[in-house]
Design a protein around this ligand. Structure first.
Ligand code: PLP
Length: 414
């Protein structure tokens, strides 16, 4: 019979180590992460045995699913210092950002129409704000300094009596900059303006505490922290102050009416386990990643000249390294790298790659923005992999520079 791609039972090897499955070295953990095998193991029964709908409480299947969802909710809440009922499950951080910003803007329409955000937000925040602006809201996009930091005093000065929300990213997905969120939160609380943060890159990597940091809304996502794709959460403060918002999806009134739709039970269970693991390993993993990042930077800086660090060295996510390589044509850099998965500083959504708006916001010249590499180190990367990646980048940069040298004179920088 013709094989149309239907798998046989023997094809399944669900528990294999993610990093061993391909000969590629994966160093793009800001884009997504592999599911931790412990997370997958926790999820599996919820596909095949415990498949109840948590909204259907009139039999054991539903109750079992509901219990699992509530246990996961508790794990998420614990990781960020929230109360269990303050967690709303969504399909990911994009939805959480939309729900937070559009939900607050709509509910508090009568109170004000001004939102403060920054130039280095994820598109899920920036494009949502731009859409609201099109509909008449006023948006202030604050600039950042060379490290990618928002000045909290500029946040204070931007607040008017029409301001209803401040939305500032916790840790940047391109250059890893960790914002002074606690200071911004204190200003927001003092001025009685809600503070939302997109903490997708921060949760599970660095300590997050919504009370200490005065956060009113916080978005995060499972697939950036070794959980599955398609599940995220929004923290919505329940008291001191209570945040109210309008939903963006209407239906059965799930999630306290804020997000209708049958819950992604296996995904949520996996998200819960990812949070439990993160709490356990965060400190040690952070130290290990910082060590690997330092090794990678040191090797590249030793072997190559005209390499520039984008973003700060401290106050940065441990697994993030973003470098620009001068005298290399941006388009050829990524394609010239063999066997390693990293990202570049240009979005290849069009024929001509656009240099990253985040790198432009911190003042990186266009050509250097184009010839940048974002390394995103993660849980399963080893020291050996770091050395292979370093060797490959050195080889590629040297060979590209040799190729271009007859045509492009090397500009001497003083
Ligand atoms: C990945 C990411 C998002 C989008 O998350 P999804 O769950 O993929 O929708 C939003 N913000 C930041 C900072 C991210 O890194």
């Amino acid at each position: 019979m013709e094989n149309r791609g239907l798998p046989k039972d023997s094809d399944f090897d669900l528990m294999s180590e993610p990093s061993q499955r391909s000969h590629y070295i994966y160093m793009d953990h800001h884009a997504t992460t592999p599911v931790d095998p412990r997370v997958l193991r926790e999820m599996l029964p919820y596909f095949t045995e415990r498949y109840g709908n948590p909204a259907g409480r009139n039999h054991a299947f539903g109750l079992e699913a509901e219990e699992a969802v509530e246990a996961a909710r508790g794990r998420l809440a614990h990781l960020i210092g929230a109360r269990t009922k303050e967690i709303i499950f969504t399909s990911g951080a994009t939805e959480s950002d939309n729900l937070a910003i559009r939900g607050v803007a709509s509910f508090y329409e009568g109170k004000g129409d001004h939102i403060i955000t920054s130039a280095v937000e994820h598109k899920a925040v920036l494009d949502t704000c731009k859409e609201l602006e099109r509909k008449g809201a006023r948006i202030t996009i604050l600039p950042v300094d060379r490290d990618g930091l928002v000045d909290p005093e500029q946040v204070r000065n931007a607040i008017t009596d029409r301001t209803i929300l401040i939305s500032i990213i916790f840790a940047n997905n391109e250059i890893g900059t960790i914002q002074l969120v606690e200071k911004i939160g204190r200003i927001a609380a003092e001025k009685e303006v809600f503070f939302h943060t997109d903490a997708t890159q921060a949760v599970g990597k660095i300590p997050v505490d919504v009370d200490f940091m005065h956060m009113d809304l916080l978005s995060f996502s499972a697939h950036k922290m070794y959980g599955p794709k398609g599940v995220g959460a929004l923290f919505v403060r329940a008291r001191n102050p209570r945040v109210r918002l309008h939903p963006i999806l209407y239906g059965g009134g799930h999630e306290r009416g804020l997000r209708s739709g049958t819950l992604n039970v296996p995904g949520i269970v996996g998200f819960g386990m990812a949070c439990l693991i993160a709490e356990e390993v965060m400190e040690e993993e952070g130290e290990r990643l910082l060590h690997l990042r330092t090794r990678l930077r040191n090797t590249l800086f030793r072997e190559l000249d005209q390499v520039y660090l984008n973003g700060p060295w401290t106050g940065r996510l441990q697994g993030n390294l973003n470098l620009s390589f001068a005298q290399v044509a941006g388009e050829s850099l990524l394609t010239g790298l063999r066997g390693i998965a990293v990202s570049s500083g240009s979005a290849c959504t069009s024929a001509i790659p656009e240099p990253s708006y985040v790198l432009q916001a911190i003042g990186v010249p266009e050509d250097l923005a184009r010839s940048s590499i974002r390394f995103g180190l993660g849980r399963f990367n080893t020291r050996e992999e770091v050395d292979i990646v370093a060797d490959e980048v050195i080889r590629a940069v040297r060979s590209l520079r040799e190729m271009s040298s007859p045509y492009e004179p090397v500009t001497k920088t003083a």
